[in-house]
Write a protein that binds this ligand. Structure first.
Ligand code: SF4
Ligand code: MG
Length: 336
């Protein structure tokens, strides 16, 4: 497989009066061509900061990249100027967010907004851009595209607006689409339709997707690989089957058990991991998960676990896997 994006030991954060706050703490992650990689975690885990760092939008949020690299086509995005990033953001990497309305301009028709993206990023002239905009509206599954093109965002439902946002992203012909909670603001039926659309577009257009979600169910449907993020670190990473069939990190096990109906779940009852993510800048010593972990040992309170390889491309940052590669038995876990 060909690497498209390779994040190495990325630490990104914010300078404050109290010093540097690390929102991501040495994370490493690879996205191959044509692959969907999901970053899963609760809010406050650092997953959105990761995407802002890749896009270098973190600069505008008062943050910065402190260490590590973000190789895209072998070039470190962390070393690009904002001028250079503008070219990359428009043309090679596109991003969609949770709330489609905040991405759309209320005073222009959706056709004009998609055409504008085509003019900017693909040098299309006015008439051709408008015609291609209609094609894109059709491609993202909106009925009566000629009529819709002349409408304003407020005339469309939330799900339709998110389709328009996806069309605008596609107008740049991106190799990588970063989608940060793209369906969280939508109701369940519409959510499934948007996920279907992303899958269809990916197989037709061959782009890679980095999907950020708090929802293990969404990750199960979409991901080739899953990275589980907790308090600024990736605590487990592997292929989707490995994560679901052989979860290893106790945090991943907890996330899976909180999915209603999941076989490792506690008899259908919704299990939630007690406690909350520590705020950035207030990490506990040792394993960052230890205050919430049902398996915490002495070493966990003093020493941070490194990544242990379970299989060739499945890793976990948990002391339980120091000497015994293999996976935690979630069914036994569930009966306890
Ligand atoms: Fe739990 Fe220790 Fe593993 Fe951390 S290292 S997840 S505290 S068992
Ligand atoms: Mg977020």
């Amino acid at each position: 497989a060909q690497k498209l994006l390779e994040i190495r030991k990325l630490t990104a954060g914010f300078a404050t009066e109290k010093g540097l706050l690390k929102a991501t703490d040495g994370i490493s992650l690879t996205v191959n061509k044509g692959q969907t990689v999901c970053i899963v975690g609760e809010s406050g885990s650092g997953k959105s900061v990761t995407s802002l760092a890749i896009m270098r939008l973190i600069d505008y949020a008062g943050g910065m990249i402190l260490e590590g690299s973000i190789d895209f086509h072998g070039q470190d995005l962390g070393k690009k100027t904002q001028e250079e990033m503008r070219g990359i953001r428009g043309n090679q990497i596109a991003m969609i967010f949770q709330d489609p309305m905040s991405s759309l301009n209320p005073v222009f028709t959706i056709g004009e907004q998609i055409a504008e993206s085509l003019r900017l990023h693909q040098n299309k002239k006015d008439a051709e851009a408008l015609k291609l905009a209609v094609d894109l509206i059709r491609l993202v599954g909106i009925p009566a595209p000629e009529i819709r093109a002349k409408q304003y965002p407020h005339e469309l439902s939330g799900g339709m607006c998110q389709r328009v946002v996806i069309a605008i992203a596609l107008a740049c012909n991106p190799e990588l689409l970063i989608a940060d909670e793209p369906t969280t603001a939508l109701d369940v039926t519409v959510q499934a339709q948007i996920l279907d659309l992303l899958r269809k577009l990916q197989s037709e257009l061959g782009m890679s997707i980095l999907l950020i979600t708090h929802d293990m169910g969404v990750a199960a449907e979409m991901a080739d690989r899953i990275a589980v993020m907790y308090a600024g670190a990736i605590v487990e990473e592997g292929g989707v089957e490995e994560i679901f069939d052989h979860p290893s990190h106790p945090y991943t096990v907890g996330l899976l058990q909180s999915i209603p109906g999941f076989e490792g779940g506690r008899g259908g009852e919704l299990y939630t991991i007690s406690g909350t993510i520590p705020p950035i800048g207030q990490l506990p010593a040792g394993c960052r998960f230890h205050p919430r972990c049902p398996h915490a040992m002495d070493i966990c309170r003093s020493e941070e676990p490194p990544d242990f390889m379970i299989t060739g491309d499945h890793r976990t940052a948990c002391w339980l896997f120091k000497d015994k590669p293999g996976s935690a038995d979630t069914s036994r876990e569930a009966k306890r």
